[in-house]
Design a protein around this ligand. Structure first.
Ligand code: CO
Length: 469
């Protein structure tokens, strides 16, 4: 009797997460376009190519309009769905936006070519996902909700099952397990996927990073347990802090019921296209061999790879590199105090910076950033466990934390934003670039104008600070 075929579907990440994770999101549109026609023939479930940090990096460092990039990519992919990463009510920025901005961003993303929007919240507060999901449904997009995967006493299988059920009820089209730190080990993946399959009939996708060295084994166990889709990156930008390699996973499933049926020679041609770029990135230092290895500390301290390198650079700036180990040990304590949030943008930056301040000042919570206070005050939403009451008092004093959906307190802001940037507007989407990164977008608009009028553009190119990966 023939075995029933259940080919695993594959999302290719080389145009988004892979280069964000390995080379600080510096791949240019020009580097992407020549290979798209071939990538379109592979048979990918989708290609992740937009969102996350690509938007900021395009405007800030590459002096590219991210919307123009999206339209060019869409022109090339005639048969493959395009996917983006979206931070719920934070969109692609670092604060909460009013609903009108979230709705308009979703509308324009889909209008410019996005098919699948992967939406997550750094606290797994699903109230922060509602507006984006509704907007995607309205525009005919595929709304995928991502569970920000993490470990801790609150994160039982029942917790994830309950969240999956709520996601299905909310009207999402699929669920992603988003394991940004590579914490999901193979046999736990079996348990988790099996549990989710019991509580929802939505397709399940798994996204992980190779940081801790277990990712390809985790994919295999997850697929065997019924996971429908996995995220991989073509080998020149795979492994390390990126995803497992596409060619390797396709080969691993070859001849089995999960065989994705990809053309090996086509994959080789695509890999060959990116290989010289890899050499160039290694030569110019953009690709640091340090991020290519296994970092077992990520499992010990449950800290995503990108966060580790941020902590190192923060300590360097303060001349306190010798405090790295102390900070590493402080991170889980701060996380516990703050109600055990997953560590993903922006909670990872907030908890990481607080841990640095706690260690460097020599007194815990003596100094807190604005974002740290906002997190404790409930302005990012609700943490899964309550914030430690004593810590809360130290951080925000007698201020009463908010308990409603944070965006309920925000007035619509599109009109105001439109007015502020009207003189630079060349397309409807510009107001959204400005909403997310006001200063960076403004610099870009000036640069663009200078390019068009032939005036010396170097004046407009002022911002060039280090970008947090
Ligand atoms: Co990722």
């Amino acid at each position: 009797m023939a075995v029933e075929k259940k080919p695993v579907k594959i999302t290719e990440t080389i145009l988004r997460d892979a280069h964000q994770s390995l080379i600080a999101t510096r791949m240019t549109t020009e580097q992407m376009l020549p290979i798209i026609e071939k990538m379109d023939k592979v048979g990918y479930h989708s290609v992740e190519c937009w969102g996350g940090a690509t938007f900021d990096a395009s405007l800030r460092f590459l002096k590219e309009d991210p919307w123009e990039r999206l339209r060019k990519i869409k022109d090339g992919f005639k048969n493959t769905k395009l996917q983006m990463l979206f931070r719920g009510q934070n969109i692609l920025g670092y604060r909460h936006y009013a609903d009108d901005v979230v709705e308009y961003f979703v509308q324009k993303s889909i209008a410019n070519g996005i098919d699948i929007i992967r939406i997550f919240d750094c606290l797994n507060d699903i109230r922060n996902l509602e507006t984006a999901v509704k907007a995607s449904n309205k525009e005919g997009g595929h709304a995928q909700i991502a569970l920000s995967y993490t470990l801790g006493e609150a994160y039982t299988l029942d917790y994830w099952k309950d969240m999956a059920k709520k996601i299905e009820d909310m009207g999402a089209n699929s669920i992603c397990i988003k394991d940004m730190a590579g914490l999901l080990v193979p046999y736990k993946a079996t348990e988790l996927v099996t549990a989710l399959k019991e509580s929802t009939s939505l397709p399940i996708q798994l996204h992980t990073h190779y940081t801790s060295g277990v990712a390809s084994m985790t994919y295999m166990k997850a697929v065997e347990a019924g996971c429908d889709i996995i995220d991989t990156a073509m080998s020149p930008l795979a492994l390390g802090t990126s995803q497992p390699a596409t060619e390797v996973m396709a080969k691993a499933f070859e001849g089995t019921e999960y065989d994705p049926g990809f053309d090996e020679n086509l994959l080789v041609e695509i890999a060959d296209y990116f290989k010289p770029m890899r050499e160039e990135w290694l030569a110019n230092g953009l690709l640091n061999p340090k991020v290519m290895g296994v970092d077992i500390k990520t499992l010990l301290y449950q800290v995503p790879g990108g966060m580790l390198s941020n902590l190192v650079s923060q300590l360097k700036e303060m001349g306190a590199e010798d405090k790295f180990q102390e900070v590493l040990e402080e991170v889980p304590r701060v996380r516990k105090d703050y109600g055990e949030p997953p560590l993903v943008t922006p909670s990872s930056q907030i908890v990481g910076t607080q841990a640095v301040l706690n260690v460097v000042t020599g007194e815990r919570y003596k100094m807190c950033t604005k974002e740290s206070k906002a997190l404790v005050a409930g302005e990012y939403g609700q943490s899964v466990l309550p914030v430690d009451p004593e810590v809360r008092k130290k951080v925000i004093g007698d201020q009463e934390p908010i308990t409603c959906r944070p965006a309920d307190l925000l007035e619509n802001e599109l009109d105001k934003l439109e007015k502020e940037m009207a003189q630079y507007k060349k397309q409807d989407e510009d107001v959204l670039s400005y909403a997310l990164f006001p200063q960076v977008a403004m610099d870009f608009f000036k640069y663009r104008e200078a390019q068009e009028t032939g005036v010396d553009a170097s004046l407009a190119n002022s911002e060039n600070k280090t970008y947090p990966v």
